[in-house]
Unconditional design. Structure first.
Length: 139
C-alpha cells in the first residue's frame, strides 16, 4: 500500500503516541536516561500497515508489543529529529495528540539535540514537560 501524508496524519492522530521515558541507568552521569519514542500499536492482523509506515518513513522497526499486538517504533534521536518531527510539522495533527507532539518536539529539538538532557537543570525541565504529556489535555 502506498501511504499518503493525510492518511498517515489521521492514522497517527488516532493510533499513534509520542512518548518520553525516563529510565534509571547507573551508567549515565545523572543516573537516568531520557528515551523519546514515536510509536503506533495495532493488532497483529494489521501488521502490514505498520510495515508500510516503516517503509514510508525509512526508519524505525516493527516488533511484537504484547499479546496480539505489534508496534512500529522510532527511537533513534537522529530519526526523530530528521524524519518524524519534520513530517508532523509539515502535516500537523488535529486532536489533543498535537499538544503531545509539540511537547515531544520541544524535548527532542530544544533539549536533547543540544544535550541539555545531560544536565540536572535540563533534565528537570524535560521531566516537567513530560509529565504533562498523554493526559488528554491541550497546551
Amino acid at each position: 500500500m502506498r501511504l499518503k501524508n493525510d492518511w498517515i496524519n489521521g492514522f497517527v492522530d488516532g493510533e499513534g503516541c509520542f512518548y518520553v521515558g525516563i529510565n534509571n541507568n547507573d551508567l549515565m552521569a545523572l543516573k537516568v536516561q531520557v528515551l523519546p519514542e514515536f510509536a503506533v500499536v495495532k493488532h497483529k492482523r494489521d501488521v502490514k500497515v505498520l510495515y508500510d509506515l516503516k517503509d514510508f518513513f525509512k526508519c524505525g522497526l516493527v516488533k511484537k508489543n504484547r499479546d496480539n499486538r505489534m508496534c512500529y517504533v522510532v527511537r533513534k534521536l537522529k530519526d526523530l529529529f530528521n524524519i518524524i518531527i519534520p513530517f508532523f510539522e509539515k502535516c500537523p495533527l488535529m486532536t489533543t495528540k498535537k499538544s503531545n507532539f509539540l511537547r515531544f518536539r520541544w524535548i527532542v529539538k530544544s533539549m536533547m539535540i543540544k544535550k541539555y538532557h545531560l544536565k540536572a537543570e535540563g533534565l528537570e525541565k524535560i521531566i516537567s514537560v513530560k509529565n504533562k504529556m498523554n493526559r488528554g489535555t491541550i497546551l
